[in-house]
Design a protein around this ligand. Sequence first.
Ligand code: DPP
Ligand code: ZN
Length: 855
Amino acid sequence: PQTIYLKDYTPFGFIVDGVELTFRLHPTKTRVFSKIAFRPNPAAIDNRFFLHGEQLKLINAKIDGAEITPRAVDGGIEVDVPDAPFTWEAEVEINPEANTALEGLYMSNGMYCTQCEAEGFRKITFYPDRPDVMATFTVRIEGNVENTPELLSNGNGDEYGTDQTVTPNSNYAVWIDPWPKPAYLFALVAGDLIAHEDTFKTMSGKDVRLSIFVRPGDEHKCAFGMEALKKSMKWDEDVYGREYDLDEFNIVAVDDFNMGAMENKGLNIFNSSCVLASPETATDGNFERIEAIIAHEYFHNWTGNRITCRDWFQLCLKEGLTVYRDAQFTADMRSEPVKRIDDVLALRGRQFPEDQGPLSHPVRPESFQEINNFYTATVYEKGAEVIGMLKTLVGDDAYAKALDLYFDRHDSQACTIEDWIKVFEDSTSRDLTQFKLWYSQSGTPEVTVREEFEGDIFTLHLSQSSAPTPGQDTKAPQVIPVAVGLLNDNGDEVLPTQVLELTETEKSFTFKGHATRPIPSVLRGFSAPVTLTQDIDNARRAFLLAHDTDPFNRWEAGRNLARDSLIGAIVDGTAHNEDYLSGLKALLRDDRLDPAYRALMLGQPSQSELAGILHKQGQIPDPAAIHAATESLRDAKAKAFADLLPDIYTANQVTGPFSPDAEPAGKRSLANAALSLLTRLDGGEAAEKQYKSADNMTLQLAAFGALLDAGKGDNAIAAFYDQWNDDRLVIDKWFSMQVMFAKPEDLAATVANLTQHADFDWKNPNRFRAVMGVMAAHHAGFHHTSGTSYQVLADWLLKLDPVNPQTTARMCSAFQTWKRYDDDRQALLKAQLERIAGQNGLSRDTTEMVTRILE
Ligand code: DPP
Ligand code: ZN
């Protein structure tokens, strides 16, 4: 496969003045007619007229009305064109039903649907399918009124009718999108859909019609998404001054979808798991995620659509910023510290392993073979952290000013990270040259802290280093904002949070006038995506757990105690730390603390996180020992909190009608965390009761998990299936839970068994991930010495690859940590990776992933 480089960018030789498309829909023979006005681009370096096109059957093509025969070239066609404005016309035939890759136009349960980001539009018609070519689109869709009563595309609906003269039962719709957009934001949906409708009045008084379209039977799962949409629209006006810019905004739920959702202009398409929710079928976690994703896609309307990316290397320009914006939104709607902790957990769970292994790449990559492989935690989550650091460094007001300038200066443009940085430089007069390294240097920097106290001067010596990553052996020091506060022995804050800027390899910061030695709280709020090395003892951590005034660092102190206790148990079989258990107990008792926060406090590092920490310490992680230590810490908690757990459980029961709001959801999460420990003491009695009486999925699923964990889930497995077998999203959970709670030695067999089930519809990405993704995340089971899980996963990846390369390639990251483990496991893992790599006809997506992982 060919490698594409950022440094090779050149603009397209032509400008598109307008696109007219007509779709004559047919499940296997859809005709697409295009009429596109081109003119030479004065900025062009190369005036070759190349149009992307893949899997298209060309019926005919014309330039200015005269039929021509294009030359077929790799990935598309070439045509000789006049050195003046001209019109390109083409008629192509495509087969939506055969499109199992779910890129371009495809069918899902009888419904036509598109996914064009990043490079799917070239499977719809011949076009310069690159984000820097922006144009207005007019789209006519012709369907069959019985199968496709709803015909949707981007922009505003202009016309709808039935035109019996063409074909009996035919219908058509015309959509006009007045905003220039790249082809990746094109969308079309046609099917038998029901709309859940509402309206929103924008800040300038315009009424926008809002609809969520779903398949019949899902109407009762739309209300929450609609509320989330209205909240998002209002929030973007209030916080960023951004108003919606069309007469209507449509969302469609589709069952077969590779991603979570897609921000197509005016027509967002959602994986049904990321928009549909009812109290009976969705957990609090699902509700929160849906709210965040609806916000995310909506916010793209400005950060992504009105201002888009010049090329795909700039993906973080829209994704990092939009993730940052949706995190701000969630923090505003719910609890800020809880959201921050959740985000750091996700970063450590997904981004750190990526950045510390063979797939490490900069937030703005400099080369790729398949761009779909770069929709990563690094681009998204680390990309958002970089925005957060920028805001911390320039301050809230300057950030707001810079964003105003960004929207002002770059509206309707396709931009780069340089444009983004320049906006901050121009509005703050700050030189951000060094800051820009965050976009080009890969890897997770490590910050080391040393303390010194002399006279009345307290000094923090900070240093930074960054391990080599693929293609980057040495690194320059980065700008690291380190938020610090100081406490006295009583736990009072003697210095409120300050941001220290670590810009060199080593830098010291002094704090004068301290009669007694202060206690620092470092990297408050997780002010930078780094690992922190601090030589402090358990007593200090316990003090911070009890007293830190920064909620993130207070949680972090408990987390570090848990981590060290676990590492001690794994490495030397040490008993669990009593200071941790007693400190945590005091916190759990503290009713002034938000239940959601206390529930997070009860958590502990995951097994794969522990494996990563051990690896970083130069040890070889033993998955079985890690699993045993994790279990023993849970047992120790159950025992230490035995007298408290029933009270916590009872005190956090929620009565009255279900609400997914933060407050009741927080209580449920604490009660469920207590239940999970209680189950270790009562053998599942409370869980059994909760399972039977649960009237919402949050309670039902937690009880189901507790029973499975206790080895008492057989009845619940059968009952759950009987109750929910007509609900695809809930059956995904049924599959996942059995995999998640399998004993390590039973994992491969459990999975093999589940894949025999009639409902294991493996071509559906959600179902595939519900089993295979969860298996790969089951650390002790996936890495069981037998190696059977490795083999099962590789078998299924090989089976899925020809059908859906994108979902296959994504899941190859399950193998990215292979070099952490012992020789035997490495050999087993490598054998599977090589087996995949050696497969004939392996997709470009998967080839790139396994090659990088093996390197
Ligand atoms: N749909 C994906 C997202 O919103 C890609 N743009 O992040
Ligand atoms: Zn996005």
